[in-house]
Every structure is written in C-alpha cells, then in structure tokens.
Write a protein that binds this ligand. Structure first.
Ligand SMILES: O=C(O)CCC(=O)C(=O)O
Length: 280
C-alpha cells in the first residue's frame, strides 16, 4: 500500500463516511504465501469452533473458523508483524488499536453459498463505533463472488433483528436468542430490493483487502465460478470508543467467560493480553 500521508488519509475518510473502503496492495505476496501455508494446515485441524456452514448436494462447502491465531504461528506472525495493524489503526484514526480476533471463510470451487446480509458488531462481546474488520482474500476473487457492502449503513440508527445463523447452518453454536420486550426493527430485505441500496464490491487480487466498520451491512461472497475457490483471512480491530458488552441475546464469538477470567467487566475499555494493543 502507498503509505504516504494523503493516500491513507483519503482511505480513512472513505472508511469513515462509507463504512467500507478497498485497500489495494495492502500486503505483499510473502504475507499471502505465509497465511496460505497456515490456512492449509488449519483446514486439516480446525479449532473446536470450526464448522461447515454449508454443504450443497454436489459436496461443495463453505468452512468457517475463528480465533486460531494463537494455534497457527503463521497467523500470529501476520497479526503481530504485518502492516495490517497499522492499516486498521490509521483507517480508524484512533489513539490505540487492539486486535480482537481472526476468522477464516473457505469455499471450495464453484460453491454458491452466500453469507446473508448482516452487521457484525451486534453479535460481538464488545460495543462501539470504532471497529474495523479487514476481509482479505488469499486468492483472486471476482466482483460477483466478493463480499458486498451497503454503503453508509454503519450510520443507520436502527437496532435490527439480526440474521439467526443457527437457523441457516443448523449449528447450535450459531443460535441467537431474541430478548423479550426489545423492539427490534426488521432487517431490511436488501437481496430482494438491491436497486434501493448502494451495494459495493470489487474484483480483488491477493494482497488487496476491504476494511469495513462492524456496523456496516455486508453479505455475499459465494456465487463462485466452477473453477474458482475462495480463501479469506479476516481480522477484526478495535479503536478508542469500544467497550466490553455482555449481550443477553448471545454473542458470537462469545468472549464473555474469557473476558471475566481476565478481569474485564461490562463497560470496560478493551485490553489485557487477550487483545494486544499495537503502536500506531
Ligand atoms: O466471507 C463471507 O462469506 C462472510 C464474511 C463476513 O461476514 C465477515 O467477514 O464478517
């Protein structure tokens, strides 16, 4: 990535206003090779959180796992030493940036399964506006198969009824409860009214990434051509206003027990060695 002041400032402005920004050439090939080596091993021995989100009648799959960075040295090296933390911090324009967690989304060639539109932050054990998820494909991806974003949706004020991924994946770990008496707004039918929204996605090459706010509505990233697979390494970063939030609806990932063990309480600033802080 060009790191001159103006270009990162321009990208940060787009991130702030649109809730999503494409960063071309964010990392070089050596990082992509390193992550691919880690991912190939990771798929062979997933964490206890690993799950097949979808398997179609032709055996094509979408695999999801998260928080493997302490088990996969390649991931840890990437998180700690690549330019990604600095990119997240500069886009957030924050005083401090903490690493939250990593996730992988792996689709086999031709997989059609699209992730439903949703926001991320309402599922997390934290709350705040200064959040940045970085979706980084390790292989080339066509625009029609890339993750899609509803421009500006990070600023919508509604508290939406989020997709219950448990209903979709049939996995109890994906279940989300709804609170009695809480007035959720129905989640907008973006897929059914695509022309009413400004939906952004891009053709991407390995080394490019898309950074988005945890409240930005996003989905898609299936619809693969028959000869194309999709391997994505994703990292989430937290800035100044983010606080610990234990949600009665359930959380994914649910860090509440771990946070409590490390002395973090509802409302605390994120920290401890669970969520390392990076210099900007
Ligand atoms: O790549 C996907 O299918 C989903 C990605 C996603 O929802 C995310 O990165 O938060």
């Amino acid at each position: 990535m060009s790191t001159d002041r103006d270009s990162i400032t321009d990208l940060a402005n787009i991130f702030y206003h649109d809730g999503v920004v494409l960063v071309r050439n964010a990392v070089d090939d050596s990082w992509i090779r390193l992550l691919t080596e880690g991912l190939d091993r990771h798929i062979e021995s997933p964490t206890i959180r690993g799950r097949i989100w979808d398997r179609d009648d032709q055996g094509r799959t979408c695999f999801y796992d998260s928080q493997a960075w302490r088990q996969i040295p390649e991931y840890q090296t990437f998180v700690e030493q690549s330019p990604i933390a600095s990119i997240a911090g500069k886009l957030l324009n924050t005083e401090r940036v903490n690493f939250f967690f990593d996730a992988v989304f792996v689709r086999t060639p031709g997989a059609q399964f699209r992730t439903p539109f949703h926001q991320d932050e309402p599922y997390w054990s934290v709350k705040g506006f200064d959040t940045c998820s970085i979706w980084m494909p390790l292989v080339a991806v066509e625009k029609k198969s890339a993750l899609e974003f509803v421009r500006g949706s990070h600023r919508w004020p509604q508290d939406f009824r989020q997709t219950n991924f448990g209903a979709l994946t049939q996995d109890s770990r994906d279940q989300r409860r709804e609170l009695d008496g809480k007035d959720y707004q129905p989640f907008p039918d973006i897929e059914g009214h695509r022309d009413d929204y400004e939906i952004l996605s891009w053709d991407m090459a390995p080394g490019d990434c898309v950074a988005f706010n945890g409240r930005t509505i996003h989905g898609g990233s299936g619809n693969l051509s028959p000869n194309r697979d999709l391997k994505v390494f994703n990292t989430q970063w937290l800035g100044d206003d983010v606080r610990v939030c234990f949600r009665e609806e359930g959380m994914d990932p649910d860090h509440s027990s771990l946070m409590r063990e490390h002395g973090l309480k509802h409302g605390d600033r994120i920290g401890t060695n669970l969520y390392p802080e990076f210099p900007l």
